[in-house]
Design a protein around this ligand. Structure first.
Ligand SMILES: Cc1cc2nc3c(=O)[nH]c(=O)nc-3n(C[C@H](O)[C@H](O)[C@H](O)COP(=O)(O)OP(=O)(O)OC[C@H]3O[C@@H](n4cnc5c(N)ncnc54)[C@H](O)[C@@H]3O)c2cc1C
Ligand code: FES
Ligand code: FES
Length: 497
């Protein structure tokens, strides 16, 4: 099994490796030690590299590059792709413009985080023609630096773009056509299925490329572990030191990577990433742009799938409340049997769903909004970016004048599952234009939810902040300026403690 690595013109063989191996582990075993391991959980960015993969854009095949966290991506997911690491940037003796800019702007002190920052800046440099502070902040949203501080690094991002206008393009731009042809060739001939034996234990890996093959392999091996991008699951390997004996990767299945923009619904394949789905989602629900900007970091959104977020069934996953409020359904498949279930009926108890052994999520079907429907989303977390929610709220509301005629609300972080708030919906209809809306919302939430207390927030805080979010939504819909009401756990309250 082969992939392209850096500026090597001949494909690199993955070799005989345990399928539980991460990209970062593979790199370091193979003496490419520029990428560092800081956290091994996708949080610090020291391991960031850039991956190029073949996608179809405007009916043409192109290679798209994106930053990813190599510590939580499995090495087998490299097959048929192009991996660029920090070792691949220099051309002869010349540093790449982003490396040179980091030197010139003194963007590094101890240097541990530097390869990760450089790779995030390289992805920005490669993908953008013009930049601004917001694009730089987004590109660096997954990178932490403990000693240099961010100002010189941001200055380096700007100055690399100054150079870009003067100098000829880098190796990867100059060789774009050759690289694409090689990747096309690699993808034509590869079958990704492998068996690895170590100390008498056999570990199997399959990455089927069609829906039919995936259904077959899962029905024949119902105990196999499904993985998509692995941004949740790989942590079991890197943090809990678990080893899976049979891994089935769903991200090569073409049918699971497609988005169907139908007459009355949007159908998103379960292996579509956040970045991949963003254009379609923002087109129909513009409020999601600000909300999804706060989902993990850019490398996470580049790699993680929506299906993985749902199947992971975390009570603090961000997409389930949004999709429940939008009345989404899941297409579940086991062999040739397909069932369509409401997402709100999918979650059974903490981390448990109705998925049967051998069954998988094929797609997410979302009814398109009517012209009067409006989606409002809130995420409360300790940090503004790259943090998991303490509370997540999604309200899908239709108003007639200033009176709601229909409301669907769902919340995350308020019980063991992402949950619809039926009582609260009634309160919004009844008290929307009353002064006591927040108090009535609080009472309804107390009846309907028993939140937990944990490191992110206490149960009482969760109830109160949810009632406050109802009031905030109400003010937003009435055209009040509520932008100063920050959505972090330090946020101010309407409801007194
Ligand atoms: C640094 C960091 C930041 C994060 N920030 C956020 C955040 O802000 N908000 C948030 O909600 N989450 C966040 N996450 C969690 C994670 O990124 C998301 O839940 C992501 O969408 C999971 O998708 P995946 O493709 O990586 O799933 P995987 O990890 O591959 O899989 C997750 C689970 O889903 C199952 N699965 C995957 N696909 C299917 C399928 N098609 N059918 C059936 N089962 C399937 C797998 O078996 C596994 O149990 C973060 C994670 C990290 C590491
Ligand atoms: S090592 Fe920290 S994100 Fe990978
Ligand atoms: S230079 Fe030391 S952590 Fe960034």
């Amino acid at each position: 099994m082969y992939f392209l690595l850096n500026q090597n013109t001949t494909p690199t063989e993955l070799g005989e490796i345990n399928p539980n191996t991460t990209v970062l582990q593979w790199l370091r075993i193979n003496n490419l030690v520029g990428s560092k391991e800081g956290c091994a959980s996708g949080d610090c960015g020291a391991c960031t590299a850039v991956i190029g993969e073949l996608v179809v854009e405007n009916k043409k095949q192109v290679v798209k590059y994106k930053s990813i966290n190599t510590c939580i991506a499995l090495a087998y997911s490299l097959v048929g792709k192009h991996l660029i690491t920090i070792e691949g940037l220099k051309e002869g003796k010349d540093l790449h413009p982003v490396q040179q800019a980091m030197v010139d702007e003194s963007g590094s002190q101890c240097g541990f985080c530097t390869p990760g920052f450089v790779m995030s800046l390289f992805a920005l440099y490669h993908n953008e023609t013009k930049i601004n502070l917001s694009k730089i902040n987004d590109a660096l949203s997954g990178n932490l630096c403990r000693c240099t501080g961010y100002k010189p690094i941001i200055a380096a991002a700007f100055s690399s773009f100054n150079e870009k206008s003067k100098k000829p393009s880098d190796y990867y731009t100059q060789n774009r056509t050759k690289i694409k042809q090689e990747i096309i060739r690699l993808n034509e001939n590869q079958k990704v299925s492998s068996s690895y034996t170590n100390n008498g234990n056999t570990v199997r890996y399959d990455a089927p490329s069609s829906l039919q093959e995936l259904a077959k392999v899962l029905s024949e091996n119902p105990a196999a572990q499904i993985i998509a991008a692995g941004t949740d699951l790989s942590l079991e390997i890197t943090q809990s030191l678990k080893e899976f004996s049979h891994i089935v990767n769903v991200t090569s299945v073409k049918e699971l990577q497609t988005i169907r923009d139908g007459h009355s619904e949007l159908e998103i394949g379960s292996a579509v990433t956040y970045q991949g789905a963003s254009r379609s989602l923002f087109n129909y629900w513009p409020d999601l742009e600000a909300f999804l900007h706060r989902f993990g970091s850019l490398p996470i959104r580049n790699w993680a799938t929506i299906g993985g977020n749902i199947a992971n069934a975390s009570p603090i996953g961000d997409m389930p409340p949004v999709l429940i409020a939008l009345e989404a359904k899941l297409k579940l498949r086991k062999n040739s049997n397909v069932r369509l279930v409401k997402l709100e009926d999918f979650f059974v108890s903490y981390k448990n769903t109705i998925l049967k052994k051998g069954e998988f999520i094929e797609s997410i079907v979302i009814p398109k909004p009517t012209s009067k429907e409006q989606l409002i989303t809130h995420k409360i977390s300790k940090r503004y970016e790259d943090d998991i929610s303490a509370v997540c709220m999604a309200i899908n509301i239709t108003l007639s004048g200033d009176q709601p005629t229909s409301v669907r609300i769902a919340l995350g972080g308020m019980s063991g599952i992402p949950q619809r708030a039926h009582q609260l919906e009634k309160v919004l209809i009844q008290y929307w234009n009353q002064d006591n809306l927040t108090q009535q919302a609080y009472k309804a939430l107390q009846k309907e939810f028993t939140p937990f207390s944990d490191v992110r927030a206490s149960a009482d805080y969760r109830l109160k902040v949810s009632a406050n979010l109802v009031k905030k939504s109400n003010l937003m819909m009435k055209g009040e300026n509520v932008t100063d009401l920050a959505e972090t756990t330090q946020a101010s309250s309407f409801l007194e403690a």
